[in-house]
Design a binder for this molecule. Structure first.
Ligand code: SF4
Length: 233
């Protein structure tokens, strides 16, 4: 099996193929938590529409969300796909935590030592280690490479690590493999996250990767092995 390419080469190839990604619009920690919860299994367009409605009709300050009626919150989460009732409850739960525990200032969490900051962020619904790391990366708090499922799948297929029994173990294995190859700037880390995600969504799809048109084909372990490499869920 071929060795994986250098991470820098992967990123350069993806950037040449897709273009340089636009910087993310949301960089506030509480808004990032709300962004994750306002929609479920929705594409970016639908999620953005639900989030925009939340901002416009209710607001994203904890007090504004606490003042909203359950019906108003439900109207928002209905824009974001499945199980809207549960997600409306979660918006309220997020606002309660932000208001009562973090005194309406989630940015204060970002000033804490990394383990405590992650622990605090993981108190919010649906935020696990990858979600907390994404918030820490997008808020430029900690220079780490957060990966979501698309990006992780791409890197496993390229051969940066073997798939493990659990998603979290695979995630850690890839991060360990990349730890000495990460770009040094926040801009580059964020762009790497975005490019890997885009590649996983558009070509390196979960069930049927479109390898024939992939610019990484010549150095991809999955392609060379035609199915013998790991394919995470
Ligand atoms: S060659 Fe196929 S499996 Fe490999 S990165 Fe490209 S799309 Fe994914």
């Amino acid at each position: 099996m071929p060795q994986p390419p250098s991470f820098a080469r992967v990123l350069k190839t993806l950037e040449k193929f897709y273009g340089h990604p636009k910087p993310p619009k949301i960089t506030d920690p509480l808004e990032l938590v709300l962004w994750e919860n306002v929609a479920y299994l929705a594409d970016d367009e639908k999620r953005a529409a639900a989030f925009a409605a939340l901002k416009k009709n209710i607001g994203t300050h904890p007090r504004q969300i606490l003042d909203a009626s359950p019906a108003d919150l439900l109207e928002i989460t209905k824009l974001g796909g499945m199980v809207p009732e549960l997600r409306a409850q979660r918006l309220r739960q997020i606002a309660e935590l932000a208001h009562w525990i973090f005194k309406d200032d989630l940015k204060s969490v970002l000033k804490k030592p990394l383990p405590q900051a992650k622990k605090d962020l993981k108190r919010f619904p649906t935020i696990g280690d990858p979600g907390a790391e994404k918030i820490l990366m997008l808020t430029r708090t900690c220079p780490l490479l957060a990966l979501e499922s698309n990006g992780l799948r791409v890197l496993l297929r390229l051969g940066f690590a073997e798939e493990k029994k659990s998603y979290s173990a695979s995630y850690r294995a890839v991060q360990e493999a990349l730890k000495d190859q990460l770009p040094s700037s926040y801009d580059a880390l964020i762009a790497a996250h975005q490019l890997l995600r885009q590649h996983g969504q558009e070509l390196c799809k979960r069930s049927l990767p479109l390898c024939a048109t992939c610019p990484l084909q010549s150095t991809c372990r999955y392609f060379q092995g035609r199915g013998s490499a790991a394919i995470p869920e």
